[in-house]
Write a protein that binds this ligand. Structure first.
Ligand SMILES: C[S@@+](CC[C@H](N)C(=O)[O-])C[C@H]1O[C@@H](n2cnc3c(N)ncnc32)[C@H](O)[C@@H]1O
Length: 233
């Protein structure tokens, strides 16, 4: 499928009043400014070396791939093996930027408005689900993972790159203490989630790596990158 056709195809999923490229009513000025600032901030982090983690996360994801919370589409140009990437996010301003990023992609991309808590896809219909810096923000982590598991086929992979709760108890304490104010700045981001444990609880872990990203604000420096497989049962 060409990118132009794929880009057109997302519209069948779009909610009325939430049209992305049309600048619909749900795309507030605040949303647009936030999306632009996020892009600029993340460009700086990616240039510091984090782009390599993004590449490792998605490069080999094959078949039909669903990227949940795709945001401004930072990963979209990095896919190589996917037959199709569906980039899903609830925020129209982020998705408007993802539409632009999709034009740089080497694989077909559909940009779709949706929520991790109720994915608009049938059971076992997806080969790989990608979460990239999003499980810190979803309002219900358990439900988001359960939905990802539901749409993945048996043997399909969950790929995640996330900032997580610190192993160092002093930093973890600060993450707990600053959770609320950090959430105001980061639009609901929780710095203290033990994301890897929740994400892999009902999956078979294939790889899991922990590391710091020094360019990130100190409260969200600890990261993980991992791949886990959905078991048959
Ligand atoms: C920090 S950004 C990460 C964007 C992108 N994945 C990246 O790697 O740069 C978090 C994203 O999660 C999205 N998000 C928040 N709540 C969500 C939900 N319930 N379902 C899906 N995505 C959600 C936000 O709209 C935002 O685009």
């Amino acid at each position: 499928m060409s990118n132009a056709r794929a880009t057109e195809a997302w519209r069948k999923y779009a909610k009325p009043g939430g049209l992305l490229g049309d600048g619909g009513p749900s795309m507030s000025l605040f949303g647009k400014v936030y999306a632009r600032c996020y892009d600029q901030f993340m460009d700086r982090i990616d240039r510091s070396g984090a782009a390599e983690h993004r590449r490792r996360l998605v490069e080999e994801a094959g078949g039909k791939v669903l990227e949940i919370g795709a945001g401004t589409g930072k990963n979209l140009p990095l896919y190589r093996a996917a037959e199709l990437v569906v980039a899903l996010d609830p925020d129209p301003a982020m998705l408007a930027r993802a539409q632009d990023a999709a034009l740089e992609a080497r694989v077909p991309v559909e940009v779709v408005e949706g929520d991790a808590r109720a994915l608009p896809f049938p059971d076992a219909s997806i080969d790989a689900v990608v979460f990239s810096l999003v499980l810190c923000t979803v309002p219900d982590l358990d439900r988001a993972i359960a939905e990802a598991r539901r749409v993945l086929r048996p043997g399909g992979t969950l790929r995640f790159y996330e900032h997580v709760r610190a192993a160092d108890p002093r930093l973890a304490l600060w993450q707990d203490l600053l959770e609320r104010p950090w959430g105001w700045v980061g639009r609901g981001c929780h710095p203290n989630r033990d994301t890897a444990a929740v994400a892999t609880a009902r999956f078979s872990v294939l790889s899991l790596e922990e590391f710091d990203i020094p360019a990130m604000p100190w409260i969200v420096r600890p990261h993980v990158i991992g791949i886990a497989e959905r078991p048959a049962a």
